[in-house]
Design a protein around this ligand. Sequence first.
Ligand code: GTP
Length: 232
Amino acid sequence: MTNMRPPSKNVLLKVVILGDGGVGKSCLMNRFVSNFFDANSFHTIGVEFLNKDIQVENERYTLQIWDTAGQERFKALRTPFYRGSDICLLAYAVDDKASFRALIQWREEFLKYYDVKADRFPFIVVGTKNDIPAAQRQVMAEEVSEWCQEHHVAAFIETSAKTSDNVYEAFALAVKQWQRLEKSTERDLRAQGQDIIDLTQGVNLSANTSRFCCIGGNNSGPAYQDDDDYPN
Ligand SMILES: Nc1nc2c(ncn2[C@@H]2O[C@H](COP(=O)(O)OP(=O)(O)OP(=O)(O)O)[C@@H](O)[C@H]2O)c(=O)[nH]1
């Protein structure tokens, strides 16, 4: 039996953002969800999440975006939240080479605690702070593309939460990666003659853009804003 979703219902996707402390994960999420940038953003403690609706290729999604604490001392607080993720954004800052080198550990940590296969999961690499002056840049797009090829990550984008450059596009790209893998998984299952049941049915999506803080964290910025405020 194939259980089709009614066209009016959003698909709920859990998106987790990982990366070294200070690369700009909270700012990326806040720019996307609330169109807000905090030049004095504090370190996140544990995790917090926000919801945001987005339409990608005629399909409506509610992204439940989990911003995690990048600092090593918060590892035990963030790792329990990896399970159930649909998409993982691996973030580094273009002015911080060490944060780029750390992507491999972030991916390993995610795979270890979620226990999914790397080649069946939509990772996307997100370079942050691309507004910084060229002289401060430590990571070139070419080396990131090579890294992505080597590690079978299909998508990479550079962004700036400060200027909004490519922020919306990064999340749309992530959803497209999810769609691509979802379609190929469906094809594989159909080829094997297996039934497909849509588990996204019946999810309560009443809180469109509400902020929830799970364990402490970075609570600056507008708590509740309508997603209509954001330029799509
Ligand atoms: N120039 C520039 N600075 C940014 C950008 N995004 C974030 N920052 C700055 O980088 C610093 C850290 O940003 P956060 O978003 O708190 O970093 P984080 O990755 O969430 O850090 P943790 O919570 O410790 O994991 C803040 O001072 C931000 O203002 C950006 O796009 N451009």
